[in-house]
Design a protein around this ligand. Sequence first.
Ligand SMILES: Cc1cc2nc3c(=O)[nH]c(=O)nc-3n(C[C@H](O)[C@H](O)[C@H](O)COP(=O)(O)OP(=O)(O)OC[C@H]3O[C@@H](n4cnc5c(N)ncnc54)[C@H](O)[C@@H]3O)c2cc1C
Length: 391
Amino acid sequence: MPMNRREFVLTWGLTAAALAVRPARLSGRAPRRIAVVGGGIMGASIAYHLAKRGAEVHLLEKRGPAAGATANSFAWINAGSKRPRGYYELNHLGMAGWRRLQHELGPSRLVVQWGGTVQWQSEPERAEALRRGVIAQQAWGYSSRLVDVTELRRLVPALEPGPVAAASFCDEEATVDPVAATKLLLEAAASHGAVIRHPATVSGFDMNGANVRGVRVGGEVVGVDAVVLATGVELPALGAMLGLTVPMQDSPGLLAHTRPHGRLLERVIVAPGATLKQLPNGEIVTGVDFGGSPSQDTSPAMGQRLLEGAGRFVPRLKEATLDRVTLGWRVLPADGQPIIGRVPSRPNVYLAAMHSGITLSPAVGQLAAIELLDEVQVDLLGPYRLTRFVK
Ligand SMILES: Cc1cc2nc3c(=O)[nH]c(=O)nc-3n(C[C@H](O)[C@H](O)[C@H](O)COP(=O)(O)OP(=O)(O)OC[C@H]3O[C@@H](n4cnc5c(N)ncnc54)[C@H](O)[C@@H]3O)c2cc1C
């Protein structure tokens, strides 16, 4: 979405000032005191990676840990269908990042379900697209492969897939409980000295020229050398306080959750018109697909409809009891790609807003810490600067 002249002047007219008021590190001192605003998976991961490297982190969250999109996420960890190539690479790094985090935090504490994903299509045209997609993924070295119905049933014994025109399995994909992972990252950040505060609503900023020198929380001002805005769908509101225009679109997503049920699924299932998985505690989570949901209806009747949709493929789902329906808002920048990085007109402000944030959070946390603490511009993040929206 192009900016108008006033927004352009506000955002970019400060560039000259920005060059004069550079981030602290360029004047010889890495930012030490960093406020991370937002306690979803992204803020938690960035806080953890910064604190691990010795920064003095204040994480400020207005509700509670994982209260936004993160709580309402399907949390499939995947990269295969991500395009263009650079975005695929970033997601793939995110997948590897989950393995690294498990190593750092302990596999018994950070439970990532590495069962992979089975997918299939029943209609010829979609089946052809699935086959072509798998071949394209393999050409990039992704471990997706075509499987037959016998293997599909072996991979998921509870499955009754109906007509199968093409099917695939990817053994490197995973899923996680996004709320548990966020809480654990916050706990790990705190163990490295980060101060985690909630409820703590950021209501404004104190400026020193183009830079933020204080973050306002209630009547208090938290002094900072840099600030990270990881406020999900609320980034445009926080950005506006700093004269920044952050173009984002609304995209709702519904998921039905059952009460804990005996083990049925060890993998993510992407069926025609239904996605499902089972958390380690037995809860089964199901939605329609990975695009925006047309409905925002969280009634039990809608939940039953979602369960029935998934029950076509996993008949034993009929034994499960609906617990709740969640409505989440995808953190979706206007062009669908992430917004990550510093803002030239506000040199010590760092933005992090994206969909697929569960997959991406370990990589983005690590790369953001490099960009913030080492003053390096990470190539892989080049396409995701806010500046791309300026025409
Ligand atoms: C239905 C659905 C399905 C999804 N499925 C997947 C998937 O399968 N795989 C995947 O990788 N991703 C998926 N996603 C996307 C992923 O969940 C998000 O990208 C990710 O959770 C975003 O995390 P976040 O921390 O950026 O935002 P959030 O989790 O929204 O966190 C932002 C936080 O900022 C806080 N905040 C806002 N304003 C302020 C303020 N002024 N002061 C203090 N705090 C503030 C909010 O309270 C909130 O807790 C899905 C999302 C949805 C909605």
